[in-house]
Design a protein around this ligand. Structure first.
Ligand code: ADP
Ligand code: MG
Length: 879
């Protein structure tokens, strides 16, 4: 126990799996936790007189499954192995922690999702700047980024870290802090570890360069270097055996990509659906595939491509030339369907080269995995051949020039390993015959022994005259001769009995034992030799990690670009004309996700134009008309263009936007389960502060989370501010048709509505955008469609009539026009003065006031009945 305590002392924050023979044992608190999380039986171990020690164990063979569960629950697990052969040990066997597994630092396939990176991030703050370092130990990817306080959360979110490293007491995370980091394990480290100078040392040492300048890191990356140093130190602690797979850091120029804040990411359903089940920590969420933009593009052929697709979706480009370079490549691939198909078929069999190479370099790849790597590389010539026909333009040409088919490595693997290598050395042959003379000779001995033993069966049958005599093998007794009870009287004297069965007896003979001995020694030596040869091969492959990572990166890009081309052709997307100008012009635009949820051609395309003198659209129309759909489709088309893909439209001319914001009013926004008006306002305010003239702002029912008057007033003021102060392209969807009045005073505002047609007293949704404001809200008709009882509908119509008699709209406008002049000169101030509202409602009957506050759009049929009941009672009480 002393040895255990010494080791545990050094790994206090981890669950320690302590190897004892065929089991990993956990003691004390670790045992308690494990029994709770893993459902293991808690036992106790006598501790020589002292109190009993709680104990729980898992068999070595089944450890992977338990590891997965522990890590998924956010625990750190330290694996302590016996590091010397127990048979040779003097006294207690030496034990050491060989690795620590955490959610952010995992290799095992069942801890990873092949379609996403498993990033571990370190965060460091210096003044207003955030340094972010991210590493995926399974692929070796290593990124550094510097971000402003406002963008740090968005940059971090792109990595979707499983674990975040911060300085103890830094207060960077959580509610109110700059970073949200939902769902990531937070690991605190001493703050000195984030020191910039130490970071430089750490990086230069790890990558064996003279200075960080050699890694392309300039002085302004210092804050990220500090984070990078802390990160490397931490992963080295977790993996004492070293991390040769980690690539030189890529410094992300945050200026080059658009920061996407959390609400925009979620509201546009980029990689996660609003309705979807929350992403399971390492599971493949089905929600991701349906109802998200990721789902539309989820046609990549390789795991590297899937991971890059996710990264690109969350990092739209800002540089028009960079966008065009991708679009050129997509256009070339779209124009060559035959070659594209050939290329994609060749990529189809390519396994996760990036992770397999990482495992090889870390000395973890099994023979079967190295074999898979070889098989994958054999497909590369076909990919290259197809690329040659298409690759005549910029980006593709570049990929072609960098192309390294790794033919030597593929040949090395396929000539060394058998066709289907086993998972572990020793089960079946892993190394081909002819590779190594010594190995061939040992195999000859072994096989000769086996032949000899087979010969014994024939010889002994002849000698004894027992036709049913059998030579067999089992692990406990080795080779034996089996004789059935009926023939026992024929057994010769030199047979030695070893085992009695119900139907017979098992014997050995000296000759049998002699050959057995030969076979066993040969087999043992074969294993040793095979292991040597395999490990040498693995080391050669691991040594070529940079080349393999390079080819993996080329494949990933080719995969995503050809996927864009594939989607363009299947879904009928067109190349957008991306400009440095301001205008947004979309003809025949469609919502990429919603259109796929209905039969082909059922989705109604729409045209939208936003330009300097008509940059703000107020979009009205009843619930269910399609406002939110159009709004999101504008944002999605802009985003898709800026990741370099074709777009769902018949034509699109799009000025690059620096930021894209979408906000959804509180009652529509059930995302975080805290649909409070406060959140909605805080988010809206963030836009008003951050948006520039070059941004695209999409507001959906902002102001909805409060009473009608407040809501209309806030919406009114926000719209004015965006129009006058920010001057960005804006679309504001609202069912407050009162807002259409704003066009009288804001010159660059245009009213649009989503058309509905009344047939009798029914409403038909046409989903067509048309100029002008909606004249009424049709909320009651929608209520009827939703199944409100006829009596309630009739009553609602009557109430509406009486309310309209009181001229709600007129009141609003009156309020606006009577206001004092604002800072904008002669134009009337539009927000409603609250005292007027107070006056307005002073002598009203309580039932009327109550009705005023209601919003038919937001009431369920059940609630409507309850409210009606209350209203009736209020009316009767006051009689
Ligand atoms: P609103 O925001 O106006 O309440 P939504 O945008 O949520 O309306 O649209 C409601 C439903 O109408 C969508 O779920 C979709 O099924 C359908 N819809 C919307 N736009 C279109 C369209 N352009 N073509 C076909 N169906 C549409
Ligand atoms: Mg809506």
């Amino acid at each position: 126990m002393q040895q255990y305590r010494d080791i545990k002392d050094r790994h206090q924050d981890a669950i320690l799996l302590f190897r004892m023979g065929d089991f990993y044992e956990m003691f004390y608190d670790d045992a308690q936790v494990a029994s709770r999380v893993l459902g293991l039986t808690l036992t106790s171990r006598n501790n020589g007189g002292a109190a009993d020690v709680p104990l729980a164990g898992v068999p070595v063979k089944a450890v992977n499954d338990y590891l997965r569960q522990l890590v998924q629950h956010g625990f750190r697990v330290a694996i302590c192995e016996q590091v010397e052969d127990p048979r040779l040990a003097k006294g207690i066997v030496r034990r050491e922690v060989v690795e620590t597994i955490t959610p952010g630092a995992a290799f095992a396939d069942d801890l990873l999702d092949s379609t996403r990176n498993n990033f571990l991030c370190a965060l460091h703050r210096a003044g207003d700047a955030f340094g972010i370092a991210a590493v995926d130990v399974s692929t070796g990817a290593f990124h550094l980024a510097v971000a402003s306080t406002g963008d740090a959360d968005a940059v971090l979110a792109r990595f979707a870290p499983r674990e975040i490293l911060i300085a103890r007491g830094a207060q960077l995370l959580g509610p109110g802090a700059p970073i949200r980091a939902d769902g990531a394990l937070v690991t605190e480290r001493d703050s000195w570890e984030f020191d910039g100078d130490l970071g430089r040392e750490e990086l230069t040492r790890h990558f064996a360069v003279h200075g960080v300048e050699g890694l392309g890191l300039s002085a302004d990356a210092a804050v990220a270097v500090g984070a990078g140093g802390a990160l490397l130190r931490y992963v080295r602690e977790l993996q004492p055996a070293g991390l040769p797979q980690i690539t030189r850091p890529v410094l992300e120029h945050t200026g080059g990509v658009m920061p996407l804040d959390e609400m925009t990411r979620r509201n546009l359903e980029l990689v996660e659906s609003l309705r979807g089940v929350p992403d399971q920590p390492n599971g493949r969420a089905a929600a991701e595939r349906t109802g998200t933009l990721y789902g539309v593009f989820d046609r990549t052929q390789t795991p590297m491509g899937a991971r890059l697709l996710r990264q690109w979706l969350l990092a739209p480009l800002l540089d028009r030339q960079a966008i065009d370079a991708r679009l050129d490549a997509v256009a070339a691939l779209a124009a060559h369907p035959v070659e594209r198909t050939a290329m994609r078929e060749a990529m189809d069999g390519v396994r996760d080269i990036e992770r397999l190479a990482g495992k090889a370099a870390a000395g973890r790849a099994t023979p079967r995995e190295v074999g898979a790597l070889g098989a994958s590389m054999q497909r590369l010539p076909d990919v290259a051949k197809a690329l040659q026909t298409v690759g005549t333009n910029g980006r593709l040409l570049e990929l072609l020039e960098n192309w390294d088919g790794c033919a030597d490595l593929a040949a090395d693997i396929t000539s060394t390993l058998v066709e289907r290598p086993p998972v572990a050395i020793g089960e079946e042959d892993a190394i081909r015959g002819g590779v190594d003379a010594a190995l061939d000779e040992l195999r000859g001995l072994r096989d000769g022994g086996k032949d000899a033993i087979a010969g014994i069966q024939t010889a002994e049958r002849a000698r004894t005259g027992i036709a049913s005599l059998k030579v067999g093998y089992n692990r406990v007794f080795g080779y034996y001769i089996e004789i059935s009870n009926a023939n026992r009287h024929l057994v010769p004297d030199d047979y030695q009995r070893r085992q009695t069965l119900t139907g017979g007896e098992r014997y050995v003979t000296p000759a049998l034992k002699e050959y057995e001995e030969k076979i066993l020694t040969a087999t043992e030596r074969i294993d040793v030799r095979e292991r040597e040869l395999f490990e040498a091969l693995r080391a050669r492959i691991g040594g070529a990690i940079r080349r393999l990572q390079e080819v993996a990166s080329c494949l990933a890009q080719l995969d995503v670009l050809s996927t864009f081309a594939e989607v363009a052709s299947v879904e009928r997307y067109v190349r957008p004309d991306v400009t440095d100008g301001f205008d947004l012009e979309i003809l025949g635009g469609r919502h990429p996700v919603v259109e796929r949820m209905m039969p082909r051609d059922r989705f109604i395309p729409n045209d939208v134009t936003l330009q300097e003198d008509a940059r703000l659209i107020v979009l009205t129309g009843p619930n269910m008309a399609g406002k939110s759909t159009i709004l999101r489709q504008i944002g999605l088309i802009q985003l898709i263009a800026q990741i370099g893909s074709f777009v769902p439209a018949t034509r699109a001319r799009l000025g690059v936007v620096d930021r894209l914001f979408t906000r959804v009013g509180a009652s529509d926004n059930l995302v975080r389960g805290q649909s409070t008006f406060m959140v909605e306002m805080a988010e809206t305010s963030a836009i008003l502060h951050t948006a520039t003239r070059h941004s695209l702002v999409l507001l959906d029912e902002i102001g909805r989370g409060t009473s009608t008057y407040d809501g209309v007033s806030i919406a009114w003021a926000v719209t004015e501010h965006l129009h006058d102060q920010v001057g960005c392209k804006t679309v504001f969807a609202t069912h407050y048709h009162e807002l259409t009045q704003l066009s009288d005073e804001l010159p660059a505002l245009r009213n649009f509505n989503v058309a509905v047609r009344e047939v009798g007293d029914q409403v038909l949704f046409l989903h067509r955008l048309q100029p002008g404001g909606a004249d009424r809200s049709y909320g009651i008709e929608v209520g009827r469609l939703a199944g409100l009882p006829d009596a309630v509908i009739a009553r609602a119509r009557a109430v509406l009539q009486s309310l309209e008699g009181e001229q709600l709209v007129a009141a609003l406008q009156a309020g606006a026009n009577r206001g004092t002049l604002g800072s904008r000169g002669s134009r009337p101030q539009s927000a409603l003065p609250t005292d007027q509202l107070g006056l307005f409602g002073a002598e009203l009957h309580p039932a009327i006031s109550r009705l005023r506050e209601l919003d038919a759009n937001q009431i369920t049929p059940l609630d409507a009945l309850a409210i009606l009941d209350q209203l009736i009672r209020q009316a009767r009480e006051s009689r």
